[in-house]
Design a protein around this ligand. Structure first.
Ligand code: C2E
Ligand code: CA
Ligand code: CA
Ligand code: CA
Length: 279
């Protein structure tokens, strides 16, 4: 048993060292990626199914790695969060998304808004609100064209601070959405104090919506909650007509998902918009 303990100890320190090494490597890789402009934003349409129109889009980061190819955010966002690199990445995402929206608006697409994911570290940053205001001014965008997607866990990190920042963002005029709604730990009592405009139903509940009565119950409850609190509601991860029909029947008219379009680069998104407008 003693020997085994010794081996385990060795094993763990080795594994931990590996992990630490990987993290340090990843951190410098991410820093280089920023400097070398290897990050790109993809855009996924948000559709109002009442009118059939694209009303906005979510900006989703990708890493165009010279050897690894296109890397999904799930592979690097967690490390970026841990190392603090998310601050510079997040600032880049916000600026790029706003500039891109401005470009589309100047082409005559005035009604569009852009949704940007915000991490806990960014919210906690000193004068995050000031930096958002600067980005909007610099891009020449009206604040109500920008929607910030916050997660419940982000907000729960430090509820009082988050609520204070949300109030300031509200005052600035940007829209706020709770992302992955229902998967986090926030209570309804907190929700009452959050100055959010939109609840975003997580795709985990949408996936089996038409076959799992529990998921159906959760989704209809979130839609009803949003209606009663006078909030907008949007579903992510809509892949099938059956899911769309269920959501529409239960009063959710804003949707996002592969059924409409996968996230695409800005150049392709222009064509997606043209096609939508031609319908
Ligand atoms: P999220 O914010 O919940 O974004 C939705 C994810 O679902 C995206 O994955 C999107 O590509 C994917 N998706 C969209 N429609 C469908 C569908 O119909 N079916 C399925 N199965 N998936 C769909 P993605 O782009 O890989 O992003 C993963 C997560 O990474 C995001 O989850 C978000 O938490 C994070 N992320 C992405 N970009 C950023 C960013 O710029 N900043 C921060 N802080 N996080 C980001
Ligand atoms: Ca999101
Ligand atoms: Ca989600
Ligand atoms: Ca509470």
């Amino acid at each position: 048993a003693k020997e085994l303990g010794g081996d385990n100890y060795k094993f763990y320190t080795h594994a931990m060292r590996e992990q630490l090494g990987e993290r340090v490597q990843m951190e410098s890789a991410l820093r280089q990626a920023l400097e070398r402009h290897e990050f790109v934003l993809y855009y996924q349409p948000q559709v109002d199914i009442g009118s059939g129109r694209i009303v906005g889009m979510e900006a989703l980061i990708r890493w165009q790695h010279p050897e690894m190819g296109m890397v999904a955010p799930g592979r690097f966002i967690p490390v970026a969060e841990e190392t603090g690199m998310i601050l510079q990445m997040g600032a880049w995402v916000l600026r790029s998304a706003c500039q891109q929206l401005r470009t589309w608006q100047c082409e005559g697409r005035r009604h569009l808004r852009v949704a940007v994911n915000v991490s806990a570290r960014q919210m906690a940053e000193r004068d995050f609100v000031g930096s958002v205001a600067d980005v909007l001014t610099e891009a020449g965008l009206s604040p109500d064209c920008l929607e910030l997607e916050l997660t419940e866990s982000l907000v729960m990190n430090d509820v009082e601070h988050a609520i204070a920042v949300m109030h300031q963002l509200k005052k600035l005029g940007v829209k706020l959405a709770i992302d992955d709604f229902g998967t986090g730990y926030s209570s309804l009592a907190h929700l009452k104090r959050f100055t959010v405009d939109v609840l975003k139903i997580d795709q985990a509940f949408v996936r089996d919506l038409t076959v799992d009565p529990d998921d159906a119950a959760i989704v209809t409850t979130i839609i009803a909650l949003a209606a009663n609190l006078n909030l907008e509601v949007i579903s992510e991860g809509v892949e099938t007509l059956d899911q769309l029909s269920f959501l529409r029947e239960h009063g959710c008219y804003q949707m996002q998902g592969y059924y409409f379009s996968r996230p695409v680069p800005a150049t392709v998104f222009g064509a997606v918009l043209d096609e939508n407008e031609a319908r």
